[in-house]
Every structure is written in C-alpha cells, then in structure tokens.
Design a protein around this ligand. Structure first.
Ligand SMILES: NC(=O)c1ccc[n+]([C@@H]2O[C@H](COP(=O)([O-])OP(=O)(O)OC[C@H]3O[C@@H](n4cnc5c(N)ncnc54)[C@H](OP(=O)(O)O)[C@@H]3O)[C@@H](O)[C@H]2O)c1
Length: 327
C-alpha cells in the first residue's frame, strides 16, 4: 500500500517519507479500513517535530483520525460489514501505524459509522477535534439554558465546542484574536456573541453579557494563560474545562478571591476517555452530524504524496481549520 511515515523525529520535509509498505492485516477484533481521508492534529505534528524525544516506534505512520470504507474484519470483529462507510479515532495513539496510509487496522471500538451526509474529508475531522469539543461541553453536566464561554473559537476544537454547546441549547459567548474575519466565521458557527481577546476588556464584557452572574462553563484552550480571567468570570457552581496549555505548563489557581464557589475544573485528555465516555461522545457526534448541526472548517486537502507539505502547512497556521490528507 501507499503510506506516509517517519522513522526519526524532526522537521516535516526532512523526516516524512511517502512510499510503499505492506498493508496491515486485521488481528482478532480489529477492522481493516481502506482510508480515504486522514486528519492532521497538533499532537501529530508536535510529536513528529519533537527532536528531544525519539520516535516511539521504528516506523510511525502518523495520524489518529481518518475516514474510509471497511475492507475486512478480523476474527471475532463485529458491528460492521465490508463496504460500510466509517470514521475512526486513536489510530496512532500508543500504536505505530495510523491513518496516513491507504489502509489501517485497528480495534473495532475505535471505528464509528459515518453518516451518509458526511464526506470522507469531513469524517476525518471527527476524531480528536470533534470528540474533544463534545466531551468538553458535556463533562460538567447539561449546558441547556446555560452560558458557555469558548475562547479560541476559530480553533479546530473550539469551533466544535461552539456548535455542540449551541446544539445542546446553551447561549455561547466566544472570543477570538483573529479579527473581523474570524469573528464572522464564529458567528456563522452559531455563537451568540463574539469578543476580541486582543482589544476587549474580556472580564467586563463577559460579566456585562451575563448580568454580573458570570458564565456557567468555560471551554478553555489555554487554561494556565486564561485562569486569571476565568477566576473573575465563572459563575457560582460553574466549571472550567481545559483541553490545552499554550502559554505555560503550570496552573496557579486562587483559593480565595475567585468569583465561583463550588468551581469545578476538568483537565481533559481525549485519547483516554472512559469507555462509556467514548461511547457517549461518538454517539453524540453522530447524532449532531445527522441533525445537520455541524459545520466542518477544512483549511486544506492534500494528496498523500504531499504529506510533508500538509504537515508543514498545518504546523505553520492556527485557526484556519482542519488539514486533511487524501489516500
Ligand atoms: N487535551 C486534549 O485531549 C486535546 C485534544 C485536542 C487538542 N488539544 C490541544 O489543544 C490545542 C488546540 O488544538 P486545536 O486543534 O483546536 O488547534 P487550532 O485549530 O490551532 O486552534 C487553536 C486556537 O487557539 C486560539 N488561541 C491561541 N492562543 C490562545 C490564548 N492564549 N487564549 C485564547 N485562545 C487562544 C486561537 O484562536 P483565535 O485566533 O480565534 O483566538 C487558535 O485558533 C493544541 O495545543 C492541542 O494539542 C488537546
């Protein structure tokens, strides 16, 4: 099969190769997918670029997310038929061979039905970004009738968080550092209010928008960087869900002087959800997609032969949507 891989960590154009390698065979309980689209996430390019840590495997076919068609079932695998359209997650989480290839074999629990309305390219966006956005919106309880604040709403995860929160009946206040074009994009995703994180007094605006009460939930792309704000604007019994840490790796939380009493903080990690959380998350994503509630922001589609360029472009941009490779 055609596949892309790296055998040592480093810059995309130096370490990524595309060529022929043996196709995987599905083991017991595994599904073999003929991959048509493979999604790139920050974890994929950060891991490949991190020269401080050697690659975990002699050869890594990157990418956890993808979409395609069931090509074969391993012994005992069930729930799918050959030819079914599917999407998948965790393909290259603690495993050497991910979706940047014509075929991937992986445990059936990482394979999900792809709705008829969803293209393979869109299906390749549903793994890490949609699952993180969905879990972040739901992990602290129902958001129906509540106010959710999503900074970084042009991000892959942030854009889904906006849409899942709206779909579940929340009022969504978002912010962006991307200016007028980003603001228009986020309003198009359904946000009720979009603030400018570079020019607005966010604390004052968020409190004004909530009648001084504060927001019920923050879905935070950079909790260490934003905790000072969050402490001012989360309502009593509110929650902060963190999925990223862009600025500094250490969180400093005020034990007094913060607005929210009974504040809960959730540090989520999508690769290691509990099995019930995985099931609820995937079912919820499929339901939202079938209801037409999701827009997928695709920033670039590349042929597999240009995997290195796709990685370099994904790495060089932020807030422009998903980068997908077609195999
Ligand atoms: N914990 C997990 O399981 C998990 C899962 C997925 C991703 N992640 C991590 O989450 C991060 C984002 O992933 P992504 O794919 O959504 O990236 P992305 O598409 O590049 O989006 C990141 C967004 O963050 C915003 N941003 C950057 N710095 C910010 C700050 N200080 N305050 C507020 N917003 C800020 C920018 O939005 P604006 O320009 O609109 O402000 C940008 O669009 C990455 O570090 C990734 O590794 C973690």
């Amino acid at each position: 099969m055609r596949a892309g891989w790296y055998e040592k960590t480093g810059p995309a154009h130096e370490v990524i190769k595309v060529g022929e390698m043996d196709a995987p065979r599905p083991g017991p309980g595994e599904i073999l997918i003929r991959v048509h689209a493979s999604g790139i996430n920050p974890s994929d390019y950060k891991r490949r670029a991190n020269v401080k840590v050697p690659a975990e495997f002699p050869r890594v076919v990157p990418h956890s997310d993808g979409a395609g068609v069931v090509a074969a079932l391993g012994a005992g695998a069930s729930g799918f038929n050959i030819g079914d359209r599917v999407w998948c997650y965790n393909a290259q989480w603690a495993r050497p061979f991910g979706t940047a290839a014509e075929y991937v074999a992986l445990p059936a629990r990482f394979v999900q039905r792809l709705p008829d309305r969803t293209s393979f390219v869109e299906g390749a966006c549903l793994g890490i970004p949609a699952m993180t956005g969905y879990h972040a919106v739901h992990v602290a309880g129902s958001v129906e009738g509540k106010t959710v604040y999503v900074p970084g709403a042009t991000g892959r995860v942030g854009a889904y968080a906006v849409q899942f929160a709206k779909w579940r009946g929340a009022r969504v206040i978002a912010s962006t550092g991307g200016g007028d074009a980003a603001r228009a994009t986020i309003l198009g995703l359904g946000a009720d209010v979009v603030l400018d994180r570079k020019t607005d007094d966010l604390a004052a605006r968020l409190l004004a928008e909530t009648g001084g009460k504060g927001v019920d939930l923050v879905v935070d792309v950079d909790l260490p960087g934003n905790i000072g704000l969050d402490e001012k604007i989360v309502a009593e019994n509110g929650a902060v869900v963190s999925f990223g840490a862009a600025s500094v790796p250490t969180l400093s939380l005020a034990m007094s002087g913060r607005k929210a009493r009974n504040l809960s903080v959730h540090l989520i990690f999508v690769y290691l959800l509990s099995e019930p959380a995985f099931a609820a998350t995937c079912a919820g994503i499929i339901a939202a997609e079938e209801a037409g509630a999701l827009r997928h922001r695709v920033g670039g589609v590349y042929p597999l032969a240009e995997l290195a360029r796709a990685h370099a472009d994904a790495e060089a941009t932020t807030g422009t949507g998903h980068f997908v490779v077609e195999a």
